[in-house]
Write a protein that binds this ligand. Structure first.
Ligand code: CMP
Length: 143
């Protein structure tokens, strides 16, 4: 089953949005395969956002994601990578449609509440960076 990596960013955790965000993906029919509240180290942030290392906002991005607890999650289901991106809305909250997570809660492009993998390759890489295999449940085996 397809898996994606989603992370409620420090602004979302601070604003008590974890429950609402989990509820949206549960209601949609996706299965939560792993989750943890954690603080991202500088090394992990730099690796996770490696593709942005030459962007002018890279320092700001790393500072923000390490500034407070995040809620890291692995979700699974059919087409979950693309569907989760649609449910999150555009990166810039000013362009995110109402009804999407960023459209409803996002404030700025930096403080945009949630991160989600943008491809199968990113999902595999990001899940591997944040989770050990032993931290993920296997519904097919456990049910
Ligand atoms: P995310 O999906 O976590 O992946 C990369 C992040 O870079 C993106 O969400 C935005 O929060 C952030 N980002 C993109 N553009 C800018 C910008 N101009 N200034 C600050 N952060 C940005």
């Amino acid at each position: 089953m397809e898996k994606t990596f989603l992370m409620v960013k420090p602004d979302g955790v601070q604003r008590n949005l974890i429950g609402d965000i989990i509820a949206r993906f549960e209601r949609k029919g996706f299965k939560l395969a792993g989750a943890k509240l954690m603080t991202v180290s500088n090394a992990l942030a730099e690796e996770h956002y490696g593709e942005h290392k030459d962007k002018p906002f890279f320092g700001e991005l790393v500072d923000f994601i390490t500034s407070g607890p995040v809620f890291a999650m692995v979700w699974e289901g059919e087409d979950v990578i693309t569907t989760a991106r649609t449910m999150m809305g555009a990166t810039k909250p000013s362009e995110a449609a109402p009804g999407t997570i960023r459209g409803d809660y996002g404030v700025t492009v930096g403080k945009n509440v949630i991160h989600g993998s943008d491809s199968k390759e990113s999902a595999d890489r990001e899940i591997g960076l944040f989770f050990e295999t032993s931290e993920l449940v296997n519904y097919e085996k456990d049910s």
